[in-house]
Design a protein around this ligand. Structure first.
Ligand code: HEC
Length: 109
């Protein structure tokens, strides 16, 4: 998992820089991200993110997992599994925000 980190920095979308400085996505974008996670991620990870084809993404399930590994999985997908890469859709800071939200209990809306 650690090996993907330099690549992440290198691939970071320039636009994301502003969001990283601001700390988190703008409120309207946060709503889009919540919708995306519930719908698109939910199609594999379960509508309640409790697992399906994909593993559970609840705070409980992710508690002991390193942030970097989770972010790298979302960024690049997990080759050999159904987990697709999201780097063309989600910026680095958006992925960090999603992982943070997953680890603290993902909002329902
Ligand atoms: C097409 C199905 C599919 C979609 C869509 C999908 N995932 Fe996954 N995801 C998986 C599978 C399958 C795994 C487990 C891979 C494995 O067996 O190691 C996984 C693993 C993960 C993991 C690692 C979990 C862990 O415990 O290590 C994270 C985090 C994750 N997905 C987040 C997401 C997010 C966020 C989205 C939406 C942006 C998403 N996934 C969309 C199938 C999917």
């Amino acid at each position: 998992m650690k090996l993907a980190l330099p690549a992440l920095t290198f691939l970071a979308v320039p636009l994301a820089a502003a969001a990283v400085e601001a700390g988190e996505p703008a409120p309207a974008r946060q709503r889009e991200l919540i919708h995306l996670v519930r719908q698109d991620c939910g199609s594999c990870h379960g509508m309640k993110l409790t697992g399906g084809l994909g593993s559970p993404l609840t705070a409980e399930a992710l508690r002991d997992k390193p942030l970097e590994g989770l972010e790298a999985t979302i960024h690049g997908g997990r080759p050999g599994t159904a987990m697709p890469p999201w780097k063309t859709i989600l910026s680095e800071s958006e992925i960090q925000w999603i992982v943070h939200k997953l680890m603290t209990g993902f909002p329902t809306e």
